[in-house]
Design a protein around this ligand. Structure first.
Ligand SMILES: Cc1cc2nc3c(=O)[nH]c(=O)nc-3n(C[C@H](O)[C@H](O)[C@H](O)COP(=O)(O)OP(=O)(O)OC[C@H]3O[C@@H](n4cnc5c(N)ncnc54)[C@H](O)[C@@H]3O)c2cc1C
Length: 482
């Protein structure tokens, strides 16, 4: 432990490291619950928002990373309302709530009622060209399979194959879940990523039975159903999601946000509290610290002061993705598909993970008469793709989408955004790891962690992790949570 290097200031001081969604949520909670506290948010880059970014060019609105967020967990929606975004909230276009799956470079509709891991309607499964008759039969056998006895973590691939068969996994489930995590389903932990399916098996034995039951219940309560991703449960901001961190930063107070100040070290002081040291060697004293930067950089900054936290937090693997936007005039697209987007199985071997028809999904993202596509490439299946030169990436994506939609001619607009190492992978062993990490963090009460490496990668989960971290440090310094 270091000796205190600075005089102790009279007001309690809290540092938040990282001004992405998680860090801003933590800072916002601190401002709301303890406005008397002296707060500083350290941010490595020149802007707030972390991976969130919106680019508006020539009438096109491109969401560079986060496109929308789920509303079944309240934190995203509630925060938007709290910040006064009511009029900007935009639901997906109900006319196009369909997802396609690529097979042999052609698009096929995901069978109506197929929800991530299991079908909930018989007829669409019987007639889908995505599966062979044997594949359909094997899928149907799921209704008769016994439940698994072991409570050990299981990979998404092992679980889905065991319950629904290899064909349904390879051709439908793998591309659906791969699209969400950009990861390798043979390594991702079911219990850490989609725990509700493990719960369904434990409770009702059959996923098909369990989901059909809950769909019926949902219909009763007038909730809409659709295949694949639950689009009616996703929303976005019409003005672009970058406005969310911008408004948060305004409300937190820009003067409290120190841009271009990467934290390289957090030293624990013998009298309690922390010295937070930036890349220029400037040190500031704080009573508590929230690390909401990516887990790798937090682990590095905590290496000397909290070796166990650092060791564990630094263990998570990440994959990277690139998002390529391509726009065409409508008449160039000879086979338009009326849907939200498509997912691509790894077996197609083209590096593309998924795509959305951006302006079908959210009208007003492209000028009248044009079609805007938003394509994910890379992930665990083709990490090298993310680093390809821009023109190569555009060519690759254009070639693949031109084949799918029968597009003639070159795109009239392109945009490429890269996110290397930005998607944490919740691999097998996560549950034990998470407990161990929490024990190590709890041993240092004035330290809290927030971010997408912890308990969910979606925006609402990150917001919650920021709130929890803020509450934890307020408790540690005896500030009553309002
Ligand atoms: C391509 C992509 C698409 C996605 N799409 C969706 C989606 O549609 N819906 C959804 O809900 N979620 C989506 N996600 C997930 C979600 O966006 C992220 O999990 C979430 O935004 C992460 O927020 P964060 O604050 O934890 O991390 P980040 O956004 O990575 O923020 C971390 C911040 O810490 C800063 N930082 C790093 N090191 C330091 C340091 N040493 N000192 C100071 N600052 C530092 C960084 O500069 C950054 O600003 C997507 C993610 C990606 C990558």
């Amino acid at each position: 432990m270091s000796e205190p290097s600075l005089d102790r200031p009279s007001r309690l001081r809290v540092a938040v490291v990282g001004a992405g969604t998680s860090g801003l949520a933590a800072a916002w909670r601190l401002r709301v619950r303890a406005p008397e506290i002296d707060l500083t948010v350290f941010e490595k880059s020149a802007r707030v928002g972390g991976v969130i970014g919106t680019r508006k060019v020539d009438g096109f609105l491109c969401e560079l990373s986060v496109d929308n967020f789920i509303t079944t967990v309240p934190y995203g929606l509630d925060l938007c309302r709290e910040l006064g975004f009511q009029d900007e909230l935009q639901s997906t276009n109900s006319r196009y709530r369909r997802t396609f799956v690529v097979r042999n470079r052609r698009l096929f509709p995901l069978p109506d009622g197929f929800m991530t891991m299991a079908p909930t309607k018989l007829w669409p499964m019987l007639v889908t060209p995505l599966l062979t008759p044997w594949g359909k039969l094997r899928c149907g056998l799921e209704l008769l399979l016994p439940r698994r006895k072991s409570e050990e973590e299981e990979s998404l691939a092992a679980f889905a194959t065991r319950r629904l068969g290899r064909e349904a996994f390879d051709r439908i489930i793998e591309p659906l879940v791969g699209g969400i995590y950009g990861g390798d389903a043979a390594k991702l932990s079911l219990q850490a990523t989609l725990p509700r399916f493990a719960e369904m098996e434990a409770k009702d034995r059959s996923l098909i039975w369990s989901m059909t039951k809950s769909m019926k219940k949902a219909r009763k309560t007038k909730r809409e159903e659709e295949s694949g991703a639950r689009y009616s449960f996703f929303i976005t901001l019409k003005c672009g999601l970058q406005e969310l961190p911008e408004r948060l930063a305004d409300r937190i107070g820009r003067e409290r946000i120190a841009l271009n100040r990467p934290v390289v070290r957090a030293e624990r002081l013998s009298g309690g509290g922390w010295n937070v040291v930036d890349a220029q060697g400037r040190a500031e004293r704080f009573d508590a610290v929230v690390f909401a930067s990516d887990s790798g950089s937090a682990a590095s900054a905590l290496k000397e002061s909290c070796p166990r936290v650092s060791e564990l937090y630094g263990q998570t693997d990440h994959t990277g993705v690139a998002i390529v936007h391509l726009a065409y005039r409508n008449e160039q697209v000879k086979r338009p598909m009326e849907g939200m987007g498509f997912v691509v199985p790894t077996s197609e071997k083209n590096g593309v993970i998924a795509g959305s028809f951006s302006n079908y999904k959210y009208p007003s993202r492209a000028p009248e008469g044009t079609t805007l596509l938003r394509i994910f490439v890379g992930g665990a299946r083709a990490p090298e793709t993310v680093e390809k030169p821009e023109d190569e990436l555009i060519r690759l994506v254009h070639t693949e989408t031109a084949a799918l939609l029968d597009i003639e001619g070159a795109p009239i607009f392109t945009d490429v955004a890269r996110f290397p190492n930005s998607m944490p992978q919740y691999y097998l062993g996560r549950l034990a790891w998470r407990k161990e990490l929490q024990t190590a963090v709890d041993a240092v009460p004035t330290l809290a962690l927030a971010g997408n490496t912890l308990d969910g990668v979606g925006l609402p989960a990150c917001i919650k992790s920021g709130y929890d971290a803020a509450d934890s440090v307020l408790n540690s310094i005896n500030v009553n949570n309002k």
